[in-house]
Design a protein around this ligand. Sequence first.
Ligand code: GLU
Length: 378
Amino acid sequence: MTRSALCRSRRIVIKVGTSLLAPPERPIQARRFSALAREIAALREAQLEPILVSSGAVGLGLRRLGRSQRPRTIPEKQAAAAVGQIDLCQRFQKALGRFDLKVGQILLTHIGLAQRERFLNARHTIQQLVRAGVVPIINENDSVATEELRFGDNDHLSALVTNLAGADLLILLTDIDGLYDRHPKQPGARPIRELSSVTPELIRQVSDSTSLVGTGGMRSKLAAARTAAHFGATTVIANGRQKDVISRILAGEPLGTCVQPQPTSGQISARKHWIAYSLKPRGTLHLDAGAARALVERGRSLLPIGIVSLEGQFGVGDLVRCCSPQNIEIARGLISYTAAEVERIKGQKSPRIATLLGYTNGPEIIHRDDLVLLRDEG
Ligand code: GLU
């Protein structure tokens, strides 16, 4: 979607960072809640469907508990989130209530969304809320999610919600004005307004190079934009401190950085998006050049003969990465054999599976229906 076409977006996921609502060592930004509510109300008024992914539970909770420093232990953080999440929703409810709007809270965990049934349940709930004119407010369920079960950050969560909700636009509001060609504080730093795609190379550069230095979590924002683009959504990363930022983005003003969706040929279905991004990979398969080509160029299933080596302890149905001989992740998918079984059948022709194992789950290690290519088109 070009900038001028952003006004055609219907369902919009808006992610707001802690830095905008409850920045460390600064007062709670009460006026920002009101400003966001005014913008969200205007979207509803225009028959659009805003969905909010908001951080800030931990930050608000700490203040309620009278603590000034970020907690060091996970239980302390979880307790702060449990207290702050109530405050967060109350503040949005109060601010949106002035426009006669209701909010509905949804707290998600990674482990929950990794189960297809719960993923679909969450989708139905969001759709029902939107239909009923309610503004969903989504956050990670911080008070129960331990490290292993976490999404990691709300940027990633908001990209998953974009798929979950079938949204066409993701707006990531942060405290800097999108991506720059060098550190924004360096002289001559210029904003990058348009990106046709976010490649893994760009994400790597932003994390550690001197030319594209990430601030304000730009790396996770670009990764989220890449995830959303794969599903066919446009992402705009913008400074949430700017006045009327959302309506100005929708009016096509060149604010922040706009990341284009993949061309239709590179987009994947909602189910494949769930496979690739909602699940956590449990292992890696290293493929030979022939197998890598068969996957990428011919859209084939992965057979045991193309597997050179493997890492990780995975079971049947787990998500695994598939890497080319250059060690680039080219695909990921749900595997039909355990790690111990793949160790025994790797490099072999499929008809040998039954002889080697005494049984077979089929000739494919990963069936093409369960395989997602991670290529960049366009
Ligand atoms: N869920 C956390 C919170 O509400 C924030 C996570 C993030 O900002 O990425 O405080």
